[in-house]
Structure formats: structure tokens, C-alpha cells
Design a protein around this ligand. Structure first.
Ligand code: KG4
Ligand code: ZN
Length: 344
């Protein structure tokens, strides 16, 4: 049983061939990071055009690497949303065209279900259900209760910036490159997480929701205020910033991680979950992985965090979600539309 997955919701053009819902025969990802780096974020129109250029070569590579051809593909799974509409359209249109021309069934996949089910692709212990899934990326920070594969209850999400987005924005404030997540993660490893006490938004009235915009402002205010101490001349400021950068990065990261771990554990306990799943680009964060592992161990929860290659956007996870939907008899009409926003 071979599923061809296609993903183009943001800035990664990806295609993958998955065998029996589990074995990754190929997973090709063409990243547009370099294209968007100089703008400090993804430019939707550029993303759509780059997908258009990359998609056919990426599809060819995925089929070649899997040593297969379209004749042997049982179904195509494609991300129909949520995401950037122009970007999504490229993948969705390609998937429909191939399905129509080759008479292959089409399965539509919600991007977040793809992220969550990347947990089913890990080697070793499979995820334990019911689980609380934290989907945390540049576009999303959300908690779901996963009763079983295919049955989800939405618990909460960010009310403003996604965690990855705030990483990217703070990295920009610090004059680091893009994407900021991995750069801050690296710097933080050499800093003191208790050096600066940045705020943690707990949101007592909606404990499963998140808010990170206050944290971003707190970092900005801190940088502006400390300028007095560091001196006003540009070179003084630059030298001081460089000296303090690891502490700022570590303290910022501690604030993000604290909130992510605390809310996830609370959701797991209150919903009688047996497992925790952490997925999405920010799940690559070393500090988050360590803190979540520690908290889950103390709470007796089984933790699944996919390897880095499955954490960031990829099509193997879309094929995995597509596989489980296909097995439940779900097929998409060829008129299915890409949607910028959609509920899971
Ligand atoms: O899942 P993803 O590839 O794309 C979206 O759907 O958004 O996630 C990308 C995000 C970026 O914001 C990036 O800065 C963040 O994940 N990220 C990290 C790390 N690696 C990637 N954030 C924190 N620590 C990391 N090590
Ligand atoms: Zn994603």
C-alpha cells in the first residue's frame, strides 16, 4: 500500500512515499528558507511561486528515491489547509491533476493532523492514546486531545503569535538570522535561563490558550531599557548585546518552554491522557524536548517527540495522516478546495 504525500502549505515544498502507513520510502523537502531569509519571514507570494517551480522536481525525486512510479501509487494525500492560500493551491492543484489523469484516489489532509500523526512514524514505542498533542510551529501553537488516531478534540491555541513566530521575531530583535528558532536554541544552551525574569502568560480564564505577544514586547522593552546601562554608542551596544545574548536567549527560551510544558501537562492531567505528543518545528527545540521529557516522566506520561526531520514541515506526515483517512474510507472529491483556515 503506497501513499504519495504532498505538502505545500507554507515555505516547504515536500513529497513523500509512505508504505503501509509506516515505512518512509522517501521524503523529499525543498526548503525556501534562503528565499525568505532576507525578509525575516515568509513572503506568501514568493512562496507560491517557489512551490510552482519546485513541485515537479520534488515529486520526481520522491518517486525515484522510493523506486516506484505513479502506476504503483494507491492514493495521493495532500494538505488542503490551513496555510497560505497561494502556497496550498499549488500542491492541491497538482494532486488533483495527477489523480484525475491517473485515476488515483485523492485524500485531503489537515496540516495539523499531519503534524500530530508524524508521531506514528517514530521508530520504537508507538504513541500512547488518549494523548494530549502540542502542535507548536511557526504558524501554530495549539493543544488537542487525541482520543485515538482520527478523533481529536481541540483544547486551545495561541491568541496572538505562534511560539515559532515569537522565536523568529525575538531573533530579529537580537539581530540574529532567520529562522530564529534554531539560532536562539543554540545561544540559549550557553546562557543562564534565570538571568532575566520574562513574563509567562498563564491566562487563568482559558488555561489551554497561549499568548506570546507580551513576551515579545518584554524582550523589546528589556533591550530598550538596558541600552542605558550598555551605553548609547552603536559599538558599545553591539558589544554589550553580544555579551548578554546567551542570557537573553536562555531567559526568553525558559519563558516559552515554561508555558508550553505547564499547559500541556495540565491538559494531559485534566483530560486523563496517558500520553503526550509534541510536534511541529519548535519541537526541534532542545530545551523544550528536555523539559517536556522531565515533566512527563514525573507525571508518569508516555512522551512521543518525532525526530527533527519529521518535526518541521514534511510530506511523510501528510502521507501518514492520508493513510489513516484512506483506511477509514475517506476520499476527497476532485472539487475539494484549499482553505487558509480550517478546523481539525
Ligand atoms: O513546522 P514548521 O517547519 O513550519 C510551520 O508550519 O510553521 O516550523 C517552523 C518554525 C520556525 O518558526 C522556526 O523558528 C521554529 O519552527 N524552529 C525552532 C527550532 N527549529 C525550528 N524553534 C525553536 N527551537 C528550534 N530548535
Ligand atoms: Zn507545519
Amino acid at each position: 500500500m503506497l501513499i504519495l504525500g504532498i505538502e505545500s502549505s507554507c515555505d516547504e515544498t515536500a513529497a513523500a512515499v509512505l508504505e503501509d502507513g509506516k515505512v518512509i520510502r522517501s521524503s523529499i523537502v525543498a526548503s525556501q528558507v534562503d528565499l525568505h531569509a532576507r525578509y525575516g519571514g515568509v513572503v506568501p507570494e514568493l512562496a507560491a511561486r517557489a512551490h510552482l517551480e519546485a513541485l515537479v522536481p520534488v515529486l520526481d525525486q520522491a518517486l525515484n528515491k522510493a523506486e516506484t512510479t505513479l502506476d504503483r501509487i494507491d492514493a495521493i494525500a495532500v494538505t488542503t489547509g490551513p496555510g497560505l492560500i497561494g502556497a496550498l493551491l499549488v500542491g492541491v492543484t497538482a494532486a488533483k491533476a495527477i489523480c484525475l489523469a491517473r485515476n488515483i484516489p485523492l485524500v485531503d489532509v489537515h496540516h495539523i493532523e499531519g503534524h500530530i500523526l508524524s508521531a506514528t512514524l517514530v521508530d520504537g514505542e508507538p504513541p500512547v492514546f488518549p494523548a494530549v498533542a502540542l502542535a507548536v510551529s511557526g504558524g501554530h501553537t495549539a493543544l488537542y486531545l487525541v482520543h485515538e488516531i482520527g478523533r481529536y478534540t481541540f483544547l486551545g491555541q495561541t491568541l496572538d503569535d505562534a511560539a515559532g513566530e515569537v522565536y523568529d521575531k525575538v531573533a530579529k530583535l537580537l539581530g540574529l538570522g532567520y529562522p530564529g528558532g534554531p539560532l536562539i536554541d543554540k545561544l540559549a544552551a550557553g546562557g543562564n535561563p534565570e538571568a532575566i525574569r520574562f513574563p509567562r502568560a498563564r491566562l487563568a480564564d482559558s488555561p489551554y490558550d497561549f499568548s506570546f505577544s507580551g513576551l515579545k514586547t518584554a524582550v523589546l522593552n528589556y533591550l530598550n531599557k538596558e541600552k542605558v546601562v550598555w551605553g548609547d554608542a552603536d559599538h558599545d551596544r553591539k558589544a554589550a548585546l553580544e555579551k548578554h545574548m546567551p542570557d537573553i536567549a536562555a531567559s526568553f527560551q525558559a519563558a516559552v518552554i515554561d508555558v508550553l510544558v505547564q499547559k500541556t501537562l495540565r491538559a494531559a492531567t485534566e483530560n486523563n491522557a496517558r500520553g503526550v505528543i509534541v510536534v511541529g518545528g519548535v519541537a526541534a527545540n532542545r530545551g523544550l524536548r528536555a523539559a517536556m521529557a522531565d515533566a512527563c516522566q514525573k507525571a508518569g506520561l508516555s512522551l512521543t517527540i518525532p525526530p527533527l526531520s519529521l518535526c518541521t514541515d514534511n510530506a511523510a506526515m501528510i502521507a501518514a495522516a492520508g493513510y489513516h483517512r484512506y483506511m477509514r474510507g475517506i476520499r476527497a472529491d476532485l472539487g475539494v478546495a484549499a482553505k487558509a483556515q480550517m478546523a481539525l
